[in-house]
Write a protein that binds this ligand. Sequence first.
Ligand SMILES: [Zn+2]
Length: 257
Amino acid sequence: MDRSLRANNPENYNPDGTVKEGPKRWKKSTTYLKTQARLAEIWRKLSAHRRSLIGRMVNETLRMGNVFKFEKLSYRALQGVFGKSVNTRAPGKYFQELTRKAESAGGKVLKFPTRLKVKGTETYVGLSSYCICGERKKKSLSERWHICSCGVKCQRDLYSAYLACFVKQIGQSDFELDAGTAARQWPGAEPLLQAASGHIPNPRVSGSSGQPCKGTEGVAAEEGIAKAEAWDGVAPSPGGGESPGEVAVVPLRTPQL
Ligand SMILES: [Zn+2]
């Protein structure tokens, strides 16, 4: 298309090939117009396909619970790490759709900040560096497991998601991490998380392109007993908390990243 434009409109270009400034008329050949229509059709299909994939993923997510919590993350920052793939995968659209559908179904979506106050203390922690025993240790992005001297060992994203289950909204935009309850319920959740850890593929860690980005963790869903039972027959998902009174721990990654 560019070649065709140039061939048909040489007067619109500078000698160095750049487009001249100011108002211009563009002559478009029949072939150009045909190609333009074909290209528009390709974009249209791509966008429809993406919408349907996101819709499917949102529905899968909605089967896991009715309260969804995730860390506020900047899609611009994701773009820095993943480049164009963010445009084609549209993670923001996923969260937008999830929020819309969850809320219209009576559910809730909570966005909490990446630094959280630990309940009963004045300490602020990030989910990925915090352990239920109180230990704090920053992990590099390539460290995919949370291994603590207290004996806790868990795949990093799952562990953050587990902690996110205990993030409670205490004010308009205030959140805190109920670390005490998280620690008390850990023995019950551990086998579940261990089993789910096996389902998580090891992300590529070499180079910068394949690295999982900070902020894609700490996503969790929880649901009440009645809901869990109602959905039992629909889709038993690995990691979905099925024991009564237990918190469902559902790991989610930013769409396809
Ligand atoms: Zn620990």
